[in-house]
Write a protein that binds this ligand. Structure first.
Ligand SMILES: [Cu+2]
Length: 145
C-alpha cells in the first residue's frame, strides 16, 4: 500500500471513529433517542390534548390527508410534552420546527417523542413525507406562551 493511501485510510477511519463515538455518546450519555415504534399504546382514531399537571402534557396527534388533529395547540412555556403520533390513512411525516422531533406517522403504528418547550414562540409542525395532492398544505402548530 502506498504511504499516501495509508494516510488517507487512517484519516478516514479516525474521523468515522470520532463520528460514531459521538453518536453513541449522544444516544447513551445525553439520552437523545432515536424514535422507535412503541407497542404499549394502541393506534388511536382521534387527536387530543391531555393535561396531566400544570406543565405536563400528552398530545395524541392523528395525521390524515391533509391535516393534523389536533390543530393549533396552546401550552405554557416550560411544558414537557409526550407526543404520540399515528396516521389514519397513508404515511405522513411529522417535524416540529426548532426541535429535534422528527417522526413518521405510519398507519397501524404509534411513534413517540418527548419534548420540553422552554422558549415561548410558535413551533410549526410540517408533514415531510409525500402524502398526496394536498401534501404542501399539511401543517399545524404548537403555540408556547
Ligand atoms: Cu402528510
Amino acid at each position: 500500500m502506498d504511504r499516501a493511501e495509508r494516510t488517507a485510510l487512517f484519516t478516514a477511519v479516525t474521523f468515522l471513529g470520532i463520528f460514531f463515538g459521538l453518536l453513541v455518546y449522544a444516544a447513551k450519555g445525553m439520552n437523545v433517542d432515536v424514535p422507535t415504534c412503541i407497542t404499549d399504546v394502541k393506534p388511536f382514531t382521534e387527536g387530543k390534548v391531555i393535561q396531566h399537571a400544570p406543565n405536563r402534557y400528552e398530545i395524541h396527534y392523528l395525521a390524515r390527508m391533509w391535516y393534523f388533529e389536533p390543530s393549533d395547540v396552546e401550552i405554557p412555556a416550560g411544558s414537557t410534552v409526550d407526543i404520540y403520533l399515528t396516521s389514519a390513512d397513508v404515511i405522513h411525516g411529522f417535524h416540529i420546527d426548532g426541535t429535534n422531533v422528527n417522526l413518521m406517522a405510519i398507519p397501524g403504528t404509534v411513534a413517540y417523542a418527548r419534548v420540553k418547550f422552554d422558549k415561548p414562540g410558535v413551533y410549526h409542525i410540517v408533514c415531510h413525507e409525500y402524502c398526496g395532492i394536498g401534501h404542501q398544505d399539511m401543517a399545524t402548530k404548537i403555540v408556547v406562551k
